[in-house]
Design a protein around this ligand. Sequence first.
Ligand code: TQI
Ligand code: CA
Ligand code: ZN
Ligand code: ZN
Length: 161
Amino acid sequence: RYALYGKKWNRKKLKWRLYNYTPDIPNVSVVAAIKYALKQWSDNSKLKFTRVYSGNVHLKFRFVSGAHGDGYPMDGPSGTLAHAFYPKTSRKGQIHFDEAEKWSTSNNKIHLSVVACHELGHALGLKHSSKSQAIMYPYYSYKGQNYKLNSDDKKGIQKLY
Ligand code: TQI
Ligand code: CA
Ligand code: ZN
Ligand code: ZN
């Protein structure tokens, strides 16, 4: 079952910005992976996401390695893949991917879009779900190129937005 952090964004229109890329996959594929992840949440709620290229934004995507200034250093290959910060915290909206991972947008390797979708759940105010089919379940499983939110994830996001 889904779980809520308890705080959420006070708006439905959120701006997002991608600050850098990974050499693992083409830049267009990085953008497509993030857009697909955002679409899963916006298709199942009243949220609307707009990409911007400058200025301050709500959701900030970055590839980082090792210590990167937030007190939660990345740990090299495997272990932590990514992390995100909940709404109304000092680092709200920050989504960080560990550049030490081998990112992919295909097969059974670590799928950037699935991880982005999970981290977005956190950034929007969802905690982990106990339902094994949910995107917010805390164990990684590859759900296919055209993965979708589980009904449990949908209930969670609809409770919030
Ligand atoms: N990163 C953890 C995660 O996103 C970090 C974390 C633990 C966290 N507790 C949190 C982040 C609470 C925000 C709020 O769960 S991870 C998976 C999954 C990770 C794990 O690198 O372990 C996914 C990242 F679910 F598959 F295990 C993405 Cl999809
Ligand atoms: Ca890692
Ligand atoms: Zn970080
Ligand atoms: Zn998580």
